[in-house]
Write a protein of this length. Structure first.
Length: 154
């Protein structure tokens, strides 16, 4: 049984976008498709956050989704938050439009990301290796440019 979810990203500024998540079954990786516009050129942290709450803007979403209590890391690392999806890249046209796959997040069961918040950050995620005070919690990815609650789609 395939599942699909979507997050419509908006923020206080110009950055907007849509992120679609598709998972063919409980054991399959999640395909993440994103199209984000008005995103400054460069690398930007891309994370699922704990709460599906945007009542106070993106701040209300809380920390990275981390059901297994691990330190922040790269999406390919053994030690990482479930919500650590790495960086997306915006080009000269200020658009990030691509896909990625992830084996940790899921659209099924008690650790589902459905109902949580997807956030694109202002800065590059350092994968916990930057040596900054917040490297092991946020990847030193900076401000939250845009966010949206992840909801099931048909």
């Amino acid at each position: 049984m395939s599942r699909k979810a979507v997050a419509v990203l908006k923020g206080a500024g110009e950055t907007t976008g849509v992120v679609t998540f598709t998972q063919e079954n409980q054991e399959a990786p999640v395909l993440v498709q994103y199209n984000i516009t008005n995103l400054p050129k460069g690398d930007h942290g891309f994370h699922v956050h704990q709460f599906g709450d945007t009542t106070n803007g993106c701040v209300s979403a809380g920390p990275h989704y981390n059901p297994f209590g691990k330190a922040h890391g790269a999406p390919t690392a053994d030690i990482r938050h479930a919500g650590d999806l790495g960086n997306i890249v915006s080009g000269d046209d200020n658009v990030a439009n691509s896909t990625l796959t992830d084996k940790i997040i899921t659209l099924f069961g008690e650790n589902s990301i459905v109902g949580r918040t997807m956030i694109v950050h202002a800065d590059k995620d350092d994968f916990g290796l930057g040596g900054f005070e917040d490297s092991l919690t946020t990847g030193h990815a900076g401000a939250r440019l845009a966010c949206g609650v992840i909801g099931l789609a048909q």
